[in-house]
Design a protein around this ligand. Sequence first.
Ligand SMILES: Cc1cc2nc3c(=O)[nH]c(=O)nc-3n(C[C@H](O)[C@H](O)[C@H](O)COP(=O)(O)O)c2cc1C
Ligand SMILES: [Mn+2]
Length: 484
Amino acid sequence: MFSDLHQFIAALERERELARVGDPVDPILEIAAVTDRASKSPGGGPGLLFERPTGFDIPVAVNVFGSMKRICMALGVRTLDDLAHEIEELMTPKMPGGILDALKMLPMVNRLRDLMPKTVSSAACQEVVEKGGTLDSLPILKCWPDDGGRYITLPLVFTKDPETGMRNIGTYRMQVYDARSTGMHWQQHKGGAQHYRVAERLNKRLEVAVALGPDPALAYSATAPMPEGLDELLLAGFLRRERVELVKCVTVDLEVPANAQIILEGYVEPGERRREGPFGDHTGFYSHPGDYPVFHLTCITRRKRPVYLTTVVGIPPMEDYFLGKASERIFLPLIRKTVPEIVDMHFPAAGIFHNIVIISIDKRYPGHARKIMNACWGLGQLMFSKTIIVVDKDVDVQNESEVAWIVGTHYDPERDIQFTRGPVDDLDDASDLQAYGSKMGIDATRKWPTEGFTRPWPKKIAMAEDSARKADALWQKISKGWKP
Ligand SMILES: Cc1cc2nc3c(=O)[nH]c(=O)nc-3n(C[C@H](O)[C@H](O)[C@H](O)COP(=O)(O)O)c2cc1C
Ligand SMILES: [Mn+2]
């Protein structure tokens, strides 16, 4: 696995997944414009390394997770489904039947041993210590013309619960206000916001450390919807197959990944808020300005020659789709531990994760599809799901056209739509109130007599087996000389 971002970038280059840009390109609007072009290219375009951001000595890496191949490389697997299988196996421990069985289980046992992070005394991320340093040397992007300023878009924000000492890591964007302060855009449902809530109740300053450019598995882990109280570093340790090494910060009582490129140390004060936004967001629209806490910088530590890792969000698909896809695959086996009837799920890129969630189930009893909707609306960040479409297990939810066909043919709108109300994503602009609105479930499963449907269900069309086999062979021949 990659012990740091440099190794990952080198591997991307070997696999022809990276384009170096030697021309000067401005971090104000220009880098984002090029990145958007890459993201809209087939498959997500290449990862990009801007070697000469105008006015800065630090290169900018972006779109490094922005394709199926690259997100798999980042997580050290051939396919995301391989990863899902490993997690499934991990969650279903078997008693070894003999010595051979026990030997087969060793790799997984070794992987579990490496979950816990360990603290080291010297770290690459502290090669240079700038107490009283400023953000002025960092090539932080302004992505879209109406953005309220420059934003750090891929920070790993470390906090500890002031009462329990429990750590949280989340990716929350940070708007640069000046050389020593930024916004801290943790939304109210997120781990960082909960720690801040406790700090405000105690009227205490909350220390914050921000890691920029850790190894790729750790960068992903900070975006993952880990249940509250479960350390993101455990997930990172599992994905990396190697424990995460931490080092103590210089000016705050927090530990940060030793292999990161740059660390920002600082704090947020209780009671302090400042206007944040607008920001061209992953909804494809500008988020409205809102009041958020302020991060005050106390110290920058960094490598001698760091790379600045960032991302650009906007109209989908962009790089964050692939980070979300990883969560979809990694969390499916975990969700199935409590909702085992779920067969598969899919978040289409255009649905920006929670606007459209498609789930296939092994339907076992009347009303089952509605039970699944309600389960999801009560499950971690799936609570944000605005539209949940439930289909039978023989439907391929990854095939959006098949889903549209099945929904259209299988649902009776008045009967099969379920409305409810609850928390919605802070970024949802359609709900009357911020963060509180309605949700819709569509039961597109086949309806049963026990659900009140007494007409016969139609039979799906399929070729006869013999003629299909003959057609397969013939089609090989026919299609050889044919170009669409
Ligand atoms: C590129 C990117 C930017 C994000 N920006 C924010 C943000 O500004 N605020 C926020 O609350 N969540 C943001 N998220 C989502 C959180 O990182 C995600 O919900 C994560 O699971 C939160 O972790 P937590 O549960 O520990 O708070 C972003 C995700 C990505 C991939
Ligand atoms: Mn968390």
